[in-house]
Design a protein around this ligand. Structure first.
Ligand code: SF4
Ligand code: SF4
Ligand code: SF4
Length: 303
């Protein structure tokens, strides 16, 4: 068995050489030893740049809508120049289990079509940077998506889960064990650190509005001043807009520069949504968006 990087390079080279995809989205070394960064490979000769290992890095799903649109535009330009027609554009993407869920979220929201994506799935033991920060990152703690499902290619690799929870002080059950006052104090302290950089919103595959309500200037839903009320409002609005649709990819927490445990919030929310509305698979269209529909059997004790 060759390593994951070699297998990914070979698959990418074949896909590009055979013209089955216009782009392969994967990872390459960032300059200055800063870890892995996204790579957009469009020629077979570029596949040698592709790298894959356990170092934490950005999930690539959020790049798919833009890259598929650009690949389509390039294909149409080429077809117009040669007097022909185009049948669309396909992009291959390297995806761990959490990334596959994010891709399915985009498909469920009709932001991309599944037939425009080739999934190169990589079984995962959890993200960790052995040299710089030798701890499993928080989003991998308790992950149940280590083996990606439904991919077009699956990399052969061992994916034994690494020991988790060493630096995760709280779980959803701990939150549920607090009194309402304790929970309120806990979250006020967390939200007070938020610098409203919008990274959690921008990276989320479930956030897809063309104009985000959090940034709208007409009407103004959220004032720009910083006080406990607006800080809470920011987080509650973001949370409610992903209610029933969050796929637990954990990217919001991974990108937060001030370390707010956002998946604690999203996992609690999805646990309640599961109990109240029976949503088990938020990446499946029929199971999604319980708060966007009305049903006569909906629970209403809280109204
Ligand atoms: S969340 Fe799961 S699939 Fe994603 S990097 Fe962590 S362990 Fe791997
Ligand atoms: S990523 Fe963190 S700091 Fe930035 S807006 Fe989200 S919660 Fe706030
Ligand atoms: S809210 Fe966070 S965990 Fe949920 S889909 Fe968005 S980025 Fe992923």
């Amino acid at each position: 068995m060759t390593d994951a990087t070699s297998q990914i390079r070979e698959i990418a080279r074949n896909l590009l050489s055979e013209g089955r995809v216009q782009t392969v989205l994967g990872y390459e070394e960032a300059p200055l030893g800063l870890g892995l960064r996204p790579a957009f490979v469009r020629e077979p000769s570029g596949t040698g740049r592709l790298v894959f290992d356990a170092r934490p890095t950005l999930g690539l799903a959020r790049y798919l809508p833009g890259e598929i649109a650009s690949a389509l535009a390039r294909a149409e330009d080429g077809a117009a120049g040669s007097g022909g027609t185009t049948r669309g554009a396909t992009v291959a993407v390297v995806a761990k289990g959490c990334d596959v869920r994010a891709v399915l979220r985009l498909v469920a929201d009709r932001r991309i079509r599944r037939e425009n994506v080739i999934l190169i799935g990589v079984p995962c033991s959890g993200s960790i940077d052995e040299e710089r920060f030798p701890r499993l990152i928080a989003k991998c703690s308790g992950c149940d998506a280590r083996l990606p499902e439904g991919c077009d290619f699956t990399i052969e690799t061992m994916a034994e889960p690494r020991p988790a929870d060493r630096h995760r002080p709280l779980k959803v059950e701990d939150l549920e064990g607090m009194t309402a006052d304790e929970r309120y104090t806990f979250w006020q302290r967390q939200f007070a650190r938020c610098i409203r950089c919008f990274a959690c919103r921008s990276v989320c595959p479930a956030c897809g509005c063309r104009e985000c309500a959090l940034e709208s200037r007409s009407p103004v839903w959220l004032e720009r001043d910083v006080n406990p009320s607006t800080q809470s409002m920011f987080h509650f609005m973001r949370l409610m807009h992903t209610a029933g649709r969050c796929v637990d990819c954990g990217e919001c927490e991974r990108v937060c520069p001030v370390g707010i445990p956002l998946t604690l919030l999203t996992r609690k929310l999805m646990s309640d949504i599961r109990t109240l509305f029976g949503v088990e698979h938020p990446e499946t269209p029929g199971d999604s968006e319980p708060l966007a529909r009305f049903g006569l059997s909906d629970p209403e004790e809280f109204i």
